[in-house]
Design a protein around this ligand. Structure first.
Ligand SMILES: [Zn+2]
Ligand SMILES: [Zn+2]
Length: 269
């Protein structure tokens, strides 16, 4: 597959406590694949709970930034961007914004991994799905995702339908949940991430699903690409499937970021 012209904006580092491999190895893998650009977007320190298996600590943040910047300055053949993946946690976003403003990120990804305190994508807490009204749960997720889009903190929404991770889906049509959320995303001017990580999760499907992505396309919401790599071998994983999906729904361009400015470039032929 032609990977020149493609990006992987969702790479982690061992600082988050649940990824392996040196950042150099992630970049080596990207070079071997021929990606044009990669971005590290490790987990920003969680402010509402301290769990060293979920994110770096606040003390580590400057070291993370320095490490990625050093790597970006020393590698040739692939551009390396400085990103960060930030949890949207109501009540903590002002403090988060203050911390973020100290650094020159190329992009900030917003993620919803917690709903009202529950880490719904964490396999340790998967019993939380039992007995739930799944339609109400999904409605809450897409409402919070819309809130995240409107927070003004983010450039990209990561894995936008993460709530499907373990395959707990409400029966019937869920587009009435997607539509108002995506109207908010489009109005806020964010991009959404097309993430291949879902293919290796119980749901076995790219984030977002095809119907969601069609609704993004209809609103001309830009898209970017990521693997959510937590090990070097995962960089650029399943990109053939991602590009095929993008083409199928009519996307011809993907978004690139530098110093928080978005630019669109053609999907490679
Ligand atoms: Zn992670
Ligand atoms: Zn991630």
């Amino acid at each position: 597959m032609e990977t020149s012209g493609l990006v992987d904006y969702h790479l982690h580092t061992p600082r988050c406590g649940h990824a392996v491999g040196d950042p150099e190895e992630y970049v080596d893998r990207a070079l071997r694949l021929g990606l044009s650009e990669v971005g590290f977007s490790d987990h920003f320190p969680l402010l509402h709970l301290r769990d060293p298996t979920l994110s770096m600590s606040l003390e580590e943040l400057p070291h993370y930034v320095e490490e990625v910047n050093r790597l970006a300055g020393s590698v040739s053949g692939v551009r390396v961007r400085l990103g960060i993946e930030v949890d949207y946690i109501p009540g903590y976003m002002k403090r988060t914004a203050e911390i973020l403003s100290a650094y020159a990120f190329d992009y900030v990804m917003g993620s919803v991994h917690f709903l009202d305190g529950w880490g719904f994508d964490d396999s340790r807490y998967v019993e939380g799905y039992r007995g739930r009204d799944l339609y109400a749960l999904w409605a809450r997720y897409f409402q919070v995702l819309g809130d995240a889009a409107e927070s003004g903190l983010f450039d990209v929404l990561a894995h936008p339908d993460l709530i499907k991770k373990f395959g707990y889906r409400p029966p019937g049509d869920v587009t009435p949940l997607y539509e108002p959320c995506l109207d908010r995303v489009a109005a806020a001017g964010l991009a959404v991430e097309v993430s291949t990580a879902g293919l290796s999760k119980p749901v076995g499907e790219i984030y977002p699903g095809e119907e969601f992505l069609r609704l993004c396309r209809r609103r001309e919401i830009p898209v970017t690409l990521g693997s959510d790599a937590h090990s070097p071998e995962e960089v650029g994983r399943f990109y053939g499937a991602a590009v095929e999906l993008l083409r199928r729904v009519g996307y011809t361009e993907i978004a690139f970021f530098e110093r928080r400015r978005m630019r669109l470039a053609p999907l490679p032929a």
